[in-house]
Ligand binder design. Structure first.
Ligand SMILES: NC(=O)c1ccc[n+]([C@@H]2O[C@H](COP(=O)([O-])OP(=O)(O)OC[C@H]3O[C@@H](n4cnc5c(N)ncnc54)[C@H](O)[C@@H]3O)[C@@H](O)[C@H]2O)c1
Length: 321
């Protein structure tokens, strides 16, 4: 298949690009490298260095590559930036999406997969939220993801395009940056490997649903290559609760092991506690029954094993030069 990945130089998009290109698909990446990196782009992929808000360049790239499917990962993905700059967020996350959808429709693209967010759509939930849980986004980032899904529905109705919104929970793993919903993993690994104290906000009893990036990649591959009808939204998470204290303690062990295995005499300090952050959700979990039933997807990596892989990757990046 000919597949274009917007945001394919980023954390999740780069892993999707690797997987699709290993499976023999013809890949193009569309990315402005604002947070993505050249090194995440597979050598076999065609690369368009383009900002999704530049509608003419998006149109030209899609007209040239003629993708059968588009996997739209490009976004400004910082909740806090969206609060400070809601106009910037809407421009990239809504106008940018419309530019790609419009060019896709005009060029006969049949399938469109969109990176949405279960973490920000459902708000505080103590039991795993299903796709029918009413959306209640409170940040501009959440509003733009929710609005984005509505545009997918519109393009399905108007142009017959098959569209899928994948509502990720908190995605973590190798190559992640500190800005996403699971940014705490990148922040803690960086501090701990440098022997600095990692600080948990408040009491750290913030329940999150951590899903490993390889599992998110598989969900995207399933969504791109399976038959789906009209518009459909799927949660992509584990349904399992992990609080920030557990993440911090587990990473402390893994980071200490990485230091020890390199003979670096450095002790990772005990985790500290700082003030609670206003607006942080107490609990967010999502159920994945629908995608399991319809696309035969389920998460395969338990959080302990995924955190170990993340710590190993950060250790290789920060310590092995
Ligand atoms: N990381 C998470 O926990 C998480 C959770 C839910 C949803 N998501 C969504 O998944 C997608 C990928 O997130 P990520 O964690 O890989 O983030 P990322 O920042 O690593 O990747 C985003 C990519 O989009 C590119 N990009 C940003 N603005 C652009 C623009 N104007 N034009 C072209 N390219 C642009 C960046 O350069 C980057 O390569 C995003 O849509 C994000 O909102 C992420």
């Amino acid at each position: 298949m000919r597949i274009m990945i917007s945001g394919g130089a980023g954390f999740i998009g780069g892993h999707i690009a690797d997987a699709l290109s290993e499976q023999g698909h013809e890949i193009a990446i569309l990315d402005d490298l604002s947070s993505g990196e050249n090194s995440n782009i597979p050598s076999t992929a065609k690369f368009y260095e383009i900002d999704v808000t530049d509608s003419q360049s998006v149109q030209n790239a899609i007209a040239e590559f003629q993708p059968e499917a588009i996997c739209h990962q490009a976004a400004q993905m910082s909740v806090s930036r969206s609060v400070r700059e809601p106009d910037f967020d809407a421009n990239v996350n809504i106008m940018g999406l419309i530019n790609v959808l419009k060019a896709a429709a005009e060029n006969g693209t049949k399938k469109f997969v969109f990176a949405s967010s279960g973490g920000v759509l459902y708000g505080d939930v103590t039991k795993p939220a299903s796709e029918t849980t009413p959306a209640n986004p409170i940040s501009p980032y959440g509003i733009s993801k929710w609005g984005g899904e509505k545009y997918l529905e519109f393009f399905t109705r108007e142009h017959g395009m098959k569209t899928v919104a994948l509502r990720y929970s908190n995605v973590y793993g190798p190559r992640q940056n500190p800005h996403g919903e699971a940014g705490v993993v990148a922040i803690f690994c960086t501090k701990m490997l440098h022997g600095e104290e990692a600080t948990v906000n408040g009491d750290g009893k913030y329940i999150r649903d951590y899903v490993f990036v390889a599992d998110v990649v598989n969900a995207n591959v399933c969504a791109l290559t399976s038959e789906t009808d009209g518009f459909v939204a799927y949660n992509v998470g584990t349904g399992l609760p992990t609080d920030v204290n557990e993440v911090a303690n587990s990473l402390r062990n893994h980071c200490q092991n990485e230091l020890n295995s390199r003979g670096i005499e450095r002790t990772v300090p005990e985790v500290g506690h700082g003030p609670a952050r206003a607006g942080d959700l107490r609990s967010n979990l999502i159920a994945y029954d629908k995608i399991q039933k319809e696309l035969d997807w389920s998460p395969e990596t338990v959080v302990e094993a995924g955190l170990k892989q993340a710590a190993r990757w950060f250790a290789m990046k920060l310590l092995d030069n």
